[in-house]
Ligand binder design. Structure first.
Ligand SMILES: Nc1ncnc2c1ncn2[C@@H]1O[C@H](COP(=O)(O)OP(=O)(O)OP(=O)(O)O)[C@@H](O)[C@H]1O
Ligand SMILES: O=P(O)(O)OC[C@@]1(O)O[C@H](CO)[C@@H](O)[C@@H]1O
Length: 300
């Protein structure tokens, strides 16, 4: 069974505004609401690819109820903990001359509520997958991922997509996959990475620190995978017009896992991750199965 964890899920309010100007009233040209938060996005793409998963995390208020309702309608299992204070956030994603995002704070999670999540982690079994995606909200203890993994039974495949210290702190749990983007990889070592060789070098450093497979995404420049046998795979992207890149990284994580589960082949997994990431970038919300297939067919 695959479990995704989204500590701070969201409703993503994705709008298009012609030539946004601050300080005046702007009107939207299009507006859509998507179910969001990084782990939720992973669950949504896995669902498109025919892999079922359970979305774990914290929700609250009427927006939390809508998130639960909508995901259930999509056929995605949820096992959220409902917080007593606050509401699930609404994150604004505005496409205008530039992409702008305003992400909310989210509900207050109490220690008791957090312990309920730990209890769920303890119930996982050997062979399950646990995907921890995104940052830890400021209202929560900063060692939340560490606590979750400390209580996860041995033999669970761990995937972590998080920034800097969060990621570095959990490498000793030997995650099966980590997916920093190139900028995040550089930040971890206080370096600006400008060549593939440097990216490979620092990806291998993360392997020395405990990671098994390191997939470094580079937006429109594709990705570099250093697999656990230290083979290096470079992959470009599908061709298309970028509409909204929100969730491209999450889509790539989902595609990689689905591809790996199907074939146990790392190059295939990276290609499936690429198809999902690019397909999401080329559409307004997350990619659908057909959109992913379309990009897949144009990849080498
Ligand atoms: N402009 C683009 N054109 C084609 N493919 C893209 C583009 N942007 C992203 N992708 C695909 O999605 C993958 C992940 O994108 P990216 O490196 O931006 O991840 P990220 O930084 O984690 O993204 P985000 O945080 O926005 O979800 C890329 O490796 C690529 O395969
Ligand atoms: O505020 P965070 O947790 O860092 O990011 C949340 C978020 O921007 O990430 C997803 C895209 O990756 C969106 O669905 C969501 O709104």
């Amino acid at each position: 069974m695959i479990y995704t964890v989204t500590l701070n899920p969201a409703l993503d309010y994705v709008i298009q505004v012609d030539h946004f100007r601050s300080g005046v009233i702007n009107r939207t040209k299009t507006e859509h609401i998507f179910y969001g938060g990084k782990g939720i996005n992973v669950s949504c793409i896995l669902n498109e690819l025919g892999c079922s998963s359970t979305a774990l995390g914290f929700t609250a208020g009427f927006t939390g109820q809508e998130l639960h309702r909508g995901l259930t309608e999509l056929g995605i299992r949820t096992d959220f903990i409902t917080c007593q204070e606050g509401m699930t956030r609404i994150n604004v994603k505005m496409k205008s001359d530039e992409e702008t995002e305003i992400n909310g704070k989210g509900p207050q999670v109490t220690e008791t509520e957090f312990q309920s999540l730990i209890e769920k982690a303890k119930q996982l079994s050997e062979g399950d997958w646990l995907i921890l995606s995104g940052n830890i909200p400021s209202s929560m203890r900063s060692d939340a991922y560490h606590q979750i993994l400390e209580n996860t039974p041995a033999g669970v495949h761990i995937v972590v997509d998080a920034e800097k210290d969060l990621l570095l702190r959990v490498l000793n749990y030997h995650p099966f996959l980590i997916k920093p983007n190139a900028e995040e990889l550089g930040q971890m070592f206080d370096k600006q990475l400008s060549s593939d060789a440097e990216i490979v070098h620092y990806a291998k450093e993360l392997q020395h620190m405990g990671a098994r497979n390191v997939l470094v995404s580079m937006a429109g420049d594709g990705s570099i995978l250093v697999d656990e046998k230290q083979n290096v795979h470079k992959m470009g992207v599908g061709k298309g017009t970028v509409v909204n890149s929100v969730g491209a990284g999450d889509s790539m994580v989902a595609g990689f896992i689905a591809g790996y589960l199907k074939t146990h082949d790392y190059a295939y997994a990276q290609k499936m991750g690429t198809a999902c990431g690019s397909a999401t970038a080329f559409h307004s919300g997350l990619a659908t199965y057909d959109q992913i297939q379309e990009v897949w067919r144009m990849l080498p």
